[in-house]
Design a binder for this molecule. Structure first.
Ligand SMILES: O=C(O)CCC(=O)C(=O)O
Ligand SMILES: [Fe+2]
Length: 314
């Protein structure tokens, strides 16, 4: 038992790495990324291209958003489940979340902001958009490294063009007890790559392949990168998409933000033929992500921890 508390996610330093200019340490970091994603589907990233003052400003903005009256927050609606306001769920009463679709696109962020604040809130929209834009570089670096390490650079453009970015911000109320309460149920992400950032309150836990929970110790300097089921399927199972959850205790609210790269509707996720052979039979039939989400958000899908396998497993 004792050793479970000392387990840690791999930490990978992206300092000085740029997407365009191939830096000296690119190959070294790339092999660390590949190894971490095969073993854990997850790692902590030190990525200083998002300045600390912007990271701080982000929490001010998230707090301001959640402090709005419930009626206002509920005006943030979306056709896509989980992209608008989510909260007041009996299963996870501490949890609330708000989505900002296409969070790197100025007009999209502005229009969401104007729904929340009809008189505008320039500092909110600027903070959300710059945070998302700057963090999206990390998503792209990671995906480029993944494709290169699988020897599949030729698919890079197609792969990058097949996703959009959603920024989802989360609040977990403090349970006001020393007992541990469920903040967010155990799940794997359904998208491509998720990058999480959070305030100093602990809670995120990631399950290892051999069934041990790793608690992430929050740091203002690190982001948590998690592989979603779509990239797991595209890589024909080479990359793991880990179960994770949020457990809360104590008296302080937890705020977090996740930048999700999400397959666009109509784009078909299909493992490249290079990754399928006798030793690695195809794990998932090609699928449209938006169609898959329709199953995932049914009552049965929500109870199914292996929803993708049920939906299109071979
Ligand atoms: O708040 C967190 O750190 C985790 C959120 C999460 O797992 C999700 O939104 O998919
Ligand atoms: Fe998640």
């Amino acid at each position: 038992m004792g050793s479970e508390h000392t387990l840690k996610l791999p930490v990978i330093d992206f300092t000085d790495l740029k997407l365009e200019a191939k830096s000296r340490n690119w190959e070294t970091v790339k092999s660390q990324v590949h190894k971490a994603l095969v073993e854990y589907g997850c790692f902590e990233a030190i990525f200083d291209s998002v300045p600390l003052d912007l990271r701080k400003a982000l929490f001010g903005s998230i707090q301001e958003l959640f402090d709005l009256p419930l009626e206002t927050k509920m005006l943030n609606v979306s056709k896509k489940p989980y992209h608008g306001y989510v909260g007041q769920y009996p299963m996870v009463p501490l949890f609330e979340s708000m989505g900002i679709d296409d969070a790197i696109v100025h007009e999209k962020v502005e229009s969401m902001t104007n729904i929340m604040w009809p008189n505008g809130n320039p500092s909110f929209s600027k903070t959300i958009q710059s945070f998302s834009g700057q963090l999206s570089e990390l998503d792209q670096i990671v995906r480029k490294m993944v494709l290169e390490s699988l020897g599949l650079e030729k698919y890079l453009e197609e792969h990058m063009n097949s996703t959009n970015y959603l920024l989802r911000v989360m609040k977990y109320k403090a349970p006001q007890t020393t007992d541990t309460k469920l903040g967010l149920t155990t799940h794997s992400d359904k998208n491509t790559v998720t990058i999480l950032y959070q305030n100093g309150v602990e809670g995120l836990e990631v399950l290892t392949k051999d069934g041990k929970w790793i608690s992430y110790k929050p740091s203002p300097h690190t982001f948590v990168v998690i592989i979603g089921d779509s990239l797991h399927a595209w890589s024909n199972g080479r990359l793991h998409s880990p179960f994770h959850r949020v457990m809360m205790s104590g008296n302080v609210a937890r705020y977090s933000a996740g930048l999700f790269s999400i397959p666009k509707g109509g784009s078909i996720i299909k493992a490249p033929e290079e990754l399928v052979d006798e030793e690695h039979p195809l794990l998932f039939k090609p699928f449209d992500h938006v169609e898959f989400l329709k199953y995932y958000y049914t009552e049965q899908g929500q109870r199914d921890q292996f929803a993708l396998r049920t939906y299109c497993g071979v």
